[in-house]
Design a protein around this ligand. Structure first.
Ligand code: 13P
Length: 233
């Protein structure tokens, strides 16, 4: 991702917009949650303990991968943002929040199984729950990286969730989907532990999701057997 200073200014504005949408979508509240985006020199991250309704683009903190920063005090969770961005070159955005249903499951250290095909959106047959560690610590970052192996989302034991994306929109989408999936799982659990889809079906689901980019991939050649827009006269 190559970013000029004009791009960085636009990125700061987009981050504020996404943060406010984290709140308006219901996945975040108060001063919980944090967001980071990769730049050429490191990453931009939300400041610690600043409510998103009053946060301005200039409040976002510029950090290097060595952990040094310019501006306000960065999110207390800068370590897991830094470590994920450093290790996961397949993504550019890290979103963290304490959304209610994902956190409900995380309070019971529950991994989300393939009770519903949408479990596959995070890239595997489960959405794992990372072991508990104190917020802001290297131990929490290490646990998160383990739970995120080959996945683009995880729950954080007795804490919340992390969702990853190639860009800000896709990370927000993932955060909302993980919350919706968690809500369905909590609901399904009220009738007992639901049955799970077998691994070979989940493989088909994940392959299908990748092929279709789950509704986002243009398919002008029709090679992916997607519905095609009708040619206009
Ligand atoms: P920050 O305000 O420091 O980002 O902390 C919020 C949080 O969610 C900690 O996990």
């Amino acid at each position: 991702m190559s970013t000029t200073s004009t791009d960085v200014a636009a990125l700061r504005r987009e981050m504020v917009d996404i943060c406010r949408r984290m709140n308006s979508s219901g996945i975040n509240q108060g001063t919980a949650g944090n967001l980071s985006v990769r730049t050429d020199t490191g990453f931009l991250i939300t400041p610690s303990s600043l409510p998103y309704d009053t946060m301005q683009p200039e409040d976002l903190v510029e950090m290097d991968l060595d952990g040094t920063y310019v501006g306000r005090r960065p999110s207390s969770e800068w370590r897991f943002h830094r470590d994920i961005l450093r290790q996961r070159t397949d993504i550019n955005v890290v979103l963290h929040c304490h959304s209610i249903y994902a956190t409900t499951l995380a309070c019971h250290h529950k991994t989300i199984p393939s009770f519903h095909y949408m479990t596959g959106i995070a890239g595997g047959t489960t959405v794992r729950c990372a072991g508990y560690a104190t917020f802001g610590t290297q131990a929490l970052s290490d646990n998160a990286l383990t739970a995120l192996k080959d996945r683009t989302a995880c729950l954080l034991g007795q804490h919340g969730q992390i969702s990853l994306g190639k860009d800000l929109e896709s990370a927000l989408w993932m955060g909302i989907e993980i919350e919706t999936l968690s809500r369905m799982y909590v609901q399904a659990l009220t009738l007992g532990e639901p049955p799970v889809l077998p691994d070979d079906e989940m493989e088909r689901v994940i392959a299908q999701m990748r092929r279709m980019s789950y509704g986002n991939a243009p398919d002008p050649e029709g090679v992916n057997d997607l519905a095609r827009p009708r040619a206009q006269a």
